[in-house]
Write a protein that binds this ligand. Structure first.
Ligand code: TRP
Ligand code: SF4
Length: 327
């Protein structure tokens, strides 16, 4: 039986960090065993919010793809490509926008939240309202069965499904399958300061950070506020450092928990050990990163092969859709 197809994307807005690793990349890498995978760099989506500063976009795209490969996304098994290189995304985005009710977009919780929260960029644009429509176009161009996403993206997936139902109903077709969300069972990793991990808070460990920086960042992490002296028993479940043990090192988790709760270790040492574990975890990734950075031709070959495969699939869908609309 043919493998089911999954599709996912990531916006190239900066360096990838540990949150991307637990939240998406390690999951993507695993899914390659079971599914035919399309992984897309969502550069148009990035521009929807970063349109005032496109200068670093190209660099972010290449840097992110290097991280994907270093984290085990395998170009021999998966299609890796850049959204803007496949013009059909914008074509289908427009076609779907013909039938997408304005109210659905205006009520979309992610849209309302971003408008409210982001105050250093002007997001009251025509395109930004259509963000989920472009996302629907991404998924539907490849007729993906499932979409691995974080919880924050569920409203966009629901919107995609609504668009599919309307499209199929209007044009009496089964052109598009309703895509399912594949929620990864990972815990949401907080930033180093215990706030949401975010580029604008600069509270993350990048996959490309040096050993020195990683040690420093871990040493600066917030810990259990009730643990003042080494002799105080800690509450690991209230400590962000412990949540990193839990997210990345299940084999060390119980030991770390016990030593904290019984005051057998001080926070400085506990963090030193966490930093050492993180360095071990990232070492092979960084080694691959360095090799890939030296081989820009190989990277271009992968992206060009990805473009060809994506283009083939996207072209088929668009012809089908245009026929249904008599254009
Ligand atoms: N909106 C997604 C995010 O911010 C990125 C994305 C773009 C995406 N197109 C997609 C995710 C299609 C899944 C499927 O994370
Ligand atoms: Fe957190 Fe470790 Fe300190 Fe416990 S010992 S409070 S887990 S840093």
């Amino acid at each position: 039986m043919a493998k089911k197809r999954i599709f996912s994307g990531m916006r190239p807005t900066g360096k990838l960090h540990l949150g991307h690793l637990v939240g998406a990349l390690s999951n993507w890498a695993k899914l390659q065993d079971e599914y035919e995978c399309f992984f897309m760099v969502a550069d148009w989506h990035a521009l929807m919010s970063e349109y005032e500063n496109p200068a670093d976009l190209k660099a972010h795209i290449l840097d992110n793809v290097i991280d994907w490969l270093a984290c085990g996304i395998n170009p021999e098994r998966s299609v890796i490509f850049i959204q803007s290189e496949i013009p059909e995304h914008l074509e289908l985005y427009f076609i779907l926008s013909l039938i997408t009710p304005l109210g659905l977009l205006e009520r979309c919780p992610t849209y309302k939240e971003q408008l409210r929260q982001i105050d250093n960029r002007d997001l009251s644009t025509y395109a930004f309202l259509g963000y989920p429509v472009l996302q629907a176009a991404d998924i539907l161009l490849y007729k993906a069965d499932s979409v691995p996403v974080g919880e924050d993206q569920l409203p966009h997936l629901e919107l995609t499904r609504q668009i599919v139902r309307k499209f199929n109903h209007l044009y009496k077709t089964e052109c598009f399958p309703e895509p399912k969300a594949l929620l990864a069972q990972t815990t949401r990793l907080l930033g180093l300061d215990g706030r949401k991990m975010s580029k604008s808070y600069n509270n993350y460990i990048a996959l490309s950070d040096t050993s020195e920086i990683i040690r420093k960042k871990v040493q600066g992490m917030f810990t259990d506020p009730e643990r003042i002296r080494v002799a105080d028993r800690g509450h690991p479940d209230k400590c962000n450092v412990f949540s990193y043990y839990a997210a990345f090192f299940p084999q060390a988790k119980q030991h770390a928990h016990e030593r904290c709760a019984k005051a057998m270790i001080g926070c400085t040492d506990c963090k030193k050990e966490l930093a050492a574990l993180l360095l071990d975890l990232l070492a092979p990734i960084q080694e691959k990163r360095q090799a890939l950075q030296k081989d820009k031709n190989y990277l271009q070959e992968i992206l060009s092969a990805g473009r060809q495969k994506a283009s083939l699939a996207a072209g088929k869908t668009i012809s089908q859709v245009k026929k249904l609309l008599n254009v």
